[in-house]
Design a protein around this ligand. Structure first.
Ligand code: ACM
Length: 279
């Protein structure tokens, strides 16, 4: 595994329904980034504002087997880059808002899956009419660029997701997003600090007005250090690649003072309400 890696975000405005154009942009930005790991927005290939589930199904991809995966895999191989991006994923009768991690062929970690999938647990607003919510616990995965955990957009407001990933050893949280609320980027500071992990939030920009309600996305993608330092930040409305050099293993140090380990100091016996929905 590399000691230091270049992490990047490819912030852009996916064009609704333009699968080919969006894929081309993702491949081009991957090449331009010269990064070891690049994160793209949520639903980066399809766009966000589906009119209904049928429309989303028509723009969803299947894994394995989708032609889109072959194109992304080729881009990862050609550039030796790990790619994380959000997609609409069809699986049998189900439809998920998913994040994919696509490793380059050169990745020397012995890992069965070439593509790792995380299915969004916490659907936002109208997404509940479109998608099925994920049913698998978030898991971290070893790669040649560090141990990676994925979460998607609105998952940020449930600190349990980042915590579970940190407990599973994640060093870097990869966080594709289509944020419309203003405060997620600041909240991710807390997710990084309270778990001692790097976080890469890649948010989209632009506007979609396919329904009565126009949505404007807030950009400001960011790469945060394991103590919450802002290592790179994008503008709120500009297409851009941001990059930062990071040392993933720093996230293994959970000592926040000489006497405080942020995971071992938890008093879990007092947190029982956290694993119950009874209020
Ligand atoms: C969101 O989860 N797309 C806000």
């Amino acid at each position: 595994m590399k000691d230091r890696i270049i992490a990047a975000c490819g912030q852009f405005p996916p064009q609704f329904g333009d699968i080919e154009g969006n894929l081309e942009r993702i491949c081009r930005m991957t090449e331009m980034s010269s990064a070891d790991l690049i994160v793209f927005p949520e639903l980066a290939i399809s766009g966000y504002q589906f009119q209904n589930r049928d429309e989303a199904l028509s723009l969803a991809i299947e894994i394995p087997g989708g032609r889109e995966i072959d194109i992304l895999q080729q881009a990862a191989n050609d550039t030796d880059t790990h790619i994380v991006l959000g997609v609409a994923e069809r699986s049998g009768e189900s439809l998920f808002n998913s994040s994919l991690l696509i490793k380059p062929a050169s990745s020397n970690i012995d890992n069965d899956d070439v593509v790792t999938i995380y299915r969004k647990l916490h659907l936002f607003d109208r997404e509940k009419e479109i998608f099925d919510s994920g049913c698998d616990a978030p898991k971290a995965v070893d790669t040649a660029v560090g141990r990676i955990g994925m979460m998607i957009c609105f998952d940020w407001i449930f600190p349990e997701v980042a915590r579970v990933l940190a407990l599973d050893g994640a060093q870097i949280l990869c966080h594709p997003a289509n944020l419309v609320l203003q405060y997620c980027q600041r909240a991710m500071f807390a997710r990084s600090v309270e778990n001692g992990v790097f976080s890469i939030t890649c948010n989209r920009i632009g506007t979609e007005s396919r329904l009565e309600k126009e949505l404007t996305f807030t950009g400001s993608s960011q790469i945060l250090g394991n103590r919450g330092e802002v290592l790179a930040q994008a503008g709120s409305d500009s297409e851009e690649i941001i990059r930062a050099e990071i040392e993933p293993a720093l996230a293994d140090n959970k000592m926040i003072t000489d006497n405080n380990h942020i995971l071992n100091d938890r008093r879990v016996e007092y947190y029982k309400m956290l694993i119950s929905k009874d209020l």
